[in-house]
Design a protein around this ligand. Sequence first.
Ligand code: IYR
Length: 222
Amino acid sequence: MAKTDAFIPLDFSPMEEQAMQQQAESFYLQMSKRRSVRDFSDKPIPLSVIEHAILAAGTAPSGANMQPWHFVVVQNPEIKKSIRLAAEVEERELYANRASDEWLSALAPLGTDANKPFLETAPALIAIFLKKVTIDEDGTKHKNYYTPESVGIATGVLITALHQAGLATLTHTPSPMKFLTEILERPSHERPFLLLVVGYPADGVMVPDIERLPLDKISTFL
Ligand code: IYR
């Protein structure tokens, strides 16, 4: 972890107000087209897009700049298959026993069930891990701070970067996700945070007809 007492000038260019407004509006319009997709094409995706999206995610703010995240990109079909099988075990249990009736009826409009073929069809899965501690190369252990906030923000940046680069994603959280630690051979101080499915949407894919809340429902200006 780079530790420095030095300060450098901020690389910041002020924008004209009109340009700011245009940027804000066009970014919103672009983001409003982001939808969670559950039916993916198997068309390969350029690895450099994923690499740059992860670099963008790595710019997220984090507690004490500890950057408490690790991203595992899975393209190998056998590993994807193992993840699918393990995830479906948990999902079958969720849909049959763990989820309350209230939860199941909240999920009904999404049309989901325990089958997760997209975990094999999509060209890439990005497993995101949260590090409560960081262990340096020499074995020194550092505590990390605000880890769920930090990794959540980084995940948001990752989803945004992939979306603006023309890829579809699905935030998938089979629970529990311990199987990811085992299949991906991650150290025990890393906790699986989220599984992001990445690829092109399948041709003609349909998504649930749901809406976003308007500004006055999600914000208060004082
Ligand atoms: N993990 C399950 C269930 C599920 C839960 C929520 I909350 C969602 O927004 C969507 C699905 C599944 O993936 O089917």
